[in-house]
Design a protein around this ligand. Structure first.
Ligand SMILES: [Zn+2]
Length: 85
């Protein structure tokens, strides 16, 4: 069974974290991490970075951007005007 090397871990790290990789890939990463504190630290840092990114998407971007995308309809109480009115 060919385990990942440290050089290969970054290539599969996002699959591992997001759980999008195959079961086998994730298992291989997990086995490597069990043996390698360097890569554990790397993965931990990556997870933190991802959670911060996710937080910022949930938090600071929202309303205005969602409205621009038409995903969030505020009350149509009146500021909206037809272009050629
Ligand atoms: Zn490693």
């Amino acid at each position: 069974m060919a385990l990942f090397t440290c050089r290969e871990v970054p290539d599969v790290a996002s699959d591992y974290i997001s759980r999008e990789g195959s079961k086998r890939t994730r298992l291989m990463v997990a086995i490597h991490l069990a043996q390698c504190s360097n890569c554990r630290t790397y993965i931990r840092g990556l997870k933190i970075a991802r959670s911060i990114a996710a937080e910022s998407l949930r938090g600071s971007v929202p309303t205005a951007l969602l409205q621009n995308l038409g995903l969030n309809t505020p009350d149509r109480g009146g500021s909206f005007k037809e272009p050629n009115e």
